[in-house]
Structure formats: C-alpha cells, structure tokens
Design a protein around this ligand. Sequence first.
Ligand SMILES: [Zn+2]
Length: 188
Amino acid sequence: MFKFIDTNKKPYDYKKFIMDRVQIDKDSGCWLWTGTLQVKTKNNLGYGKIFKNKFHKETMAHRASYGAFVGPIPDGRFILHRCDNPKCVNPEHLWLGTHEDNMKDMCQKGRQRNGSCKGMHNPNVGERSSSHKLTEEQVREIKGLYVKNDGCSRHPGENSLTALANKYSVHPTVIWRVVNNKTWKHVK
Ligand SMILES: [Zn+2]
C-alpha cells in the first residue's frame, strides 16, 4: 500500500495503531491525527500525542509514525513537517532534521518571535526561507516535475518534495505549498 521501509522488528503493530487513528485529508494527503493533541504553547503547535502504555514513554504521534513507517530516529534528531501541519503524521510529509534544522523551521514558521532567530548564525535562513523566492517559471517547472510518492522518505526520487527543494534551494515546505496550490495557485 505504501512504499515505506518496513522495519519488521516492532513487537507491536505500530503502523496499524497509527492508521487506526488518522483521518486522511484528500487534498493535502495529510494524515491528521485524531487522537489526543498536546497543549499548544509558544513552541508547541499542538502535535498529536501517544501515551506511554503503547510506546513505553509518551511520544509525539508524528515521531512515532516516522519510527513505525521509516525507521528509528537517531538520538538528538528532530522530526519536522514539510506540510506545516502539526497534526499530520504522514511519514511522507515528515523529514529527519538536526537541532539546527528544527530551529530554522521554528523561525520560518514564526514560532519564535522577539528576535530569537537573530542569534542564529546561519546564512541559509534567508535563502531557504518560506517567503517567495521562486520565479513563476520555476513554479511552472516544479508543478510539471513533481511526482507524488516518488520514492520513500529515506530515498526520495528525483522529483520528490525533498529533491525539488534541494534543486531549487528552498525549504521543502515551499515546494509542498506550490504542488498543493497553497501558493502560486494562478500558475498552471
Ligand atoms: Zn501533512
């Protein structure tokens, strides 16, 4: 059904556990968590929550989904959303990032205000920001090239969200917005 890596080592059927608790949004492809959500705070947008009896300790639903469908998350790494939807647990919309990626992501999504992003010495912030950095021509190209489910999250195909984000030097969220007509709707 899905082209994700099967870890096959889990003693519990985590995939089923997750699939039983999502509602798939046809337009965006997002798997919206229907279980408990975390309380929204400045740095927490309300991620899905899974309780410890199933996963040994309380974890966020999108992390559990990545673990179940893609593979173990190395220590200290973050699972970030391409689709900007904190409730989404679709492994294809998730990517494995570093602490720095997470900080950048938070800045781009406006979760850190009052200049806390200023201290980040990262020249890529502007270049990879979610603001309009694509030209109309590039947008047309991206819409033509993008292939849904092009490879798995770990081995994305050349026309996947990740690959196109790298090709055009933008954040994967920018590509996601383009191909889902959240931005540049008028470009066909
Ligand atoms: Zn999503």
